[in-house]
Write a protein that binds this ligand. Sequence first.
Ligand code: CS2
Length: 493
Amino acid sequence: MDSLATHSPSGVQLPPARELAAETGILHLGIGAFHRAHQAVFTEDAAVLAQEPGWGICGVTQRSSTVADHLRPQDGLYGVLERGLDDPALRVVGQVREAIVAAEETHRLMERFAEPAVRVVTLTVTEKGYRRGLGGGLNLTDPVVQADLAGSTGAGGAARSTVGQLVRGIQARSHLSGAPLSILCCDNLTDNGEVLRALVTDFCAALPSAEGDPLGQWIEANVSFPSSMVDRIVPATTDADRADARRLLGLTDEALVVAEPFRQWVIEDDFRAGRPSWERAGADLVDSVRPFEQAKLRVLNCTHSLLAYLGALRGHESIADAVADPDLEHAARQLIAVDVLPTLTQPPGLDLTAYGQEVMQRFANPALRHRTLQVAMDGSQKLPMRLLGTIRDRLAAGETPHWAGLTLAGWMVFVATGRDRSGRTLPLEDPLADRLRAAVAGAESADGIVDGLLGVEEVFGPDLRDSAELRAALVDSVSRLLTEQRSAEGGSA
Ligand code: CS2
């Protein structure tokens, strides 16, 4: 990648002059594939179209140094391989100028936080990265959070949790430069800006008051937490992707990411110290993100989970394979039309029916080998955001959420049986895996599985297990899925 400046392969979009991104204006926590394929691309396009310097990105990884190890020898450059219905297209992005491994470079991270030129902190740390507890506040019983509060994790009080890092970083800024800041959450959480503000407030409130109170006041006066809705399907990069990129580029790209052509970003326009002209790159800057976020979580992410769990149980490897299964395609469309759309608030300018159809088309993209097991990960963290709101709203409206219940039943059977209909193991990757396994230990029947899992309050809260209607719908779906699975196993034995 170093030789890109002198090497210009045909058909590849090369990065703009790198001086444009020379100065770091954005600190990004969680520089995984999604950020590189989404916010970094929007930011680079905005910088070019508005000829706006000063928004280079410093990407932070929490513990693993893999992404930093890949980016550094390439001077931050990496390719985004777009896979749509046409031939794959490759562009090289140059907006990321620096990578920091938080666990090893606390001092550097704190310096970056304090710099006045850094005016926006963005985050993609996934749902579980926020370490929320019962009721959605910061989980103060989490040992990592406790250690961060005590300032005792590693040299120099290095924080290991995302919220801990954020608060320690803001604290450094308040002492050193005192410059205002905006913190932009880009994870799939309902009201993500408000949620993050509340978690930061919880952390400050749990500090000794001589420390936490002035910090809380400084944050109130100087930091904004706009919400945002992000959308782009970014599957894990495979060897086949790297081989295709190598053919197009003539070079090996260790930091390659792969994505669908579609991308969308809706951002609440509430920035304390300026922001890139993201609207020039196609982002929507709005007063309220809420209806867009709710539509995206409930239509796209929830249907993704239905296809992931029911697809994995049927032995489908990718989301596109699951959509090609007529039963699952039907279930996905019914979920959107019958259970989800009636619960949504109309987002200005969005035709929700057309949106649902477009989402299904994106899922059917055969070039994107997005594994069902990748989407199935972390269900205990994802389902409360993308599915349970729909279930609660339908129950409150006096309706039985059949299709949303089927989605939940798919997760329950996935958790309880841990195998697909051919007997292949389906790994349970979830921060609550032990808790979930214990909840269904020894349960063979649909009733046992449903009752065991509905009792997990961290996921379902105190209310859902009391709904006789939901329970009956779940028992029915779980029992049908178990029968389907057992008869397929019997048939293949
Ligand atoms: C997916 C999302 O893995 C998952 O849970 O539903 O990552 C999804 O691909 C993105 O939110 C699309 O914007």
